[in-house]
Design a protein around this ligand. Structure first.
Ligand SMILES: [Zn+2]
Length: 472
């Protein structure tokens, strides 16, 4: 597999530290609000990364943190007149709901920052011992950037740019240099705190990820993924903390997903264009249509979200589901009942070998696309090529498509299973409609179709007979 490594800004061949295993850390949400569709794009990209690694046979351990203590959480808790714990559990639950709707696989561990305070303090202790930490005038503990020679190795920012970047942050506390960042925040009135040898306080955001990733994946691990807006300062600071403390290379590969734009603009409160998944659902859009849209753009390219583009994705996904159902229906037909009838059987049995060959080739091309820095647009079009290729038998098509869906995660296996579970009531209505149509009672057939639609299904007439498809 080849990934674009943000550390070197080059495509590199991936080689894990331990043969056959991959340690993957993906920055999770700060649980104080709903995640928006920009965040969700990142989580889908990371899900594809994990699935692609598994597709290649790696055993992946994925760790996604939940930042459950932070300025924003405390502020939200005060606004909602509750404490940080209930804010955290409320928004964690909503985060998991969204992941499920987008068919995102569960990470192996979801560490919560407040469960790792001890680990964070241990890390601060190590940094202190090596001269990377100092106490500021406000009593908080800061990281001394000038001490870490490789600072800027991920973001490639020059010293001056780092200073300017850091000055726009809201850290107004007293420290040696503007670019230094906080490791341990001294206790402030009406804020939760933990006791420590550095005085009562709470951890800074960056130390949380260093502590949780190293505790769960070791001091050195394979891949750290996130979004480009986390490169500086968050990921840069994670490197400074972890490598400062251990003296070892922290992570071999950094993969950073690009932004999602709304109508060509960045999402922002002032533009009122921050959408969450529920906003899409309210417009009758299936969350998997949004996943389809994400897959159709490479993760390192900006994705322009418009209502037209997501509606087009919904139509494409619907067509894909329907095509898969058609193939499934064909597969279900006994050979002697096949429309191409018995006389054609000799030709069909000959073409079977050819079908297998073409399907296998398609599978190779799919894997090649995915292995080349997660080429999802090419992988998606490979799925369509298999569906539309008349030379591939339905059975081979089915095998391939279900295999592809292990990476794409578009619910193709699910739709077939669900189709098998079509309620008896719907099946009866479809049979009645067929009879009406056969008797040329078209008005009655049409009202039966409407009745089926009211029950959440649509009828698609195919060469293999009518198919009931759950509406999306
Ligand atoms: Zn993080």
């Amino acid at each position: 597999m080849i990934f674009y490594n943000f550390l070197t800004r080059r495509k590199e061949r991936f080689k894990p530290i331990k043969s056959g295993r991959v340690g993957l850390y993906t920055c999770g949400p700060t649980v104080y609000d709903y995640v928006h569709i920009g965040n969700l794009r990142t989580y889908v990209f990371e899900d594809i990364l994990r699935r692609a690694l598994e597709f290649s046979g790696y055993k992946v351990k994925q760790v996604t943190n939940l930042t459950d203590i932070d300025d924003k959480i405390i502020k939200r808790a005060n606004e909602e007149k509750t404490d940080y714990k209930s804010i955290g559990s409320k928004y964690s639950k909503l985060f998991f709901d969204d992941l499920k709707k987008l068919n995102i696989k569960k990470a192996d561990v979801y560490p919560k920052a407040t469960d790792y305070i001890g680990e964070m303090l241990k890390l601060v202790g190590k940094l202190d011992k090596k001269g990377y930490a100092y106490k500021g005038e406000d009593g908080s503990i800061y990281y001394r950037i000038s001490q870490f020679k490789n600072y800027g190795k991920l973001s490639k920012l020059k010293k001056r740019e780092i200073k300017i970047g850091a000055m726009t942050s809201s850290d107004e506390y007293k420290k040696e240099e503007a670019q230094d960042f906080v490791l341990w925040k001294a206790k402030k009135p009406k804020e939760p705190f933990w006791p420590s040898v550095y005085g009562d306080g709470r951890p800074g955001w960056h130390i949380e990820c260093s502590a949780m990733s190293m505790k769960n994946l070791g001091e050195q691990f394979d891949i750290h993924a996130g979004a480009v807006d986390l490169v500086f300062p968050h990921h840069e600071n994670e490197i400074a903390q972890s490598e400062g403390a251990t003296g070892k290379k922290f992570v071999n590969f950094f993969l950073e997903g690009e932004h999602l734009l709304i109508n060509g603009q960045k999402m922002s409160k002032s533009l009122h264009n921050i959408y969450r998944l529920a906003d899409l659902e309210k417009r009758g859009l299936d969350p998997l249509a949004f996943r389809y849209l994400i897959l159709s753009t490479h993760y390192r390219a900006k994705l322009n979200f418009t209502w037209e583009s997501v509606n087009a994705a919904q139509n494409a996904l619907r067509n894909l589901h329907l095509s898969v159902l058609r193939v499934a229906a064909e597969t279900g037909l006994k050979k002697e009942n096949h429309p191409e009838n018995k006389a054609d059987r000799v030709r069909r049995s000959v073409s079977y070998g050819e079908s297998g060959k073409i399907a296998y080739k398609a599978g190779e091309l799919f894997k090649k696309a995915i292995d080349d820095d997660l080429g999802t647009p090419a992988a998606l079009s490979m799925a369509w090529e298999v569906i539309n290729n008349g030379k591939i038998s339905p059975k081979d098509k089915m095998k391939m498509i279900l295999k592809f869906d292990e990476v794409l995660g578009l619910g193709l296996g699910g739709i077939i299973k669900e189709y098998g579970k079509t309620p008896v009531k719907i099946k009866q209505l479809i049979d009645e409609r067929e009879k009406s149509r056969a008797n040329k009672q078209f008005i009655q057939a049409d009202s039966l179709r409407k009745k089926i639609e009211q029950l959440g299904y649509t009828v698609e007439d195919t060469a293999q007979g009518p198919l009931a498809v759950r509406k999306i």
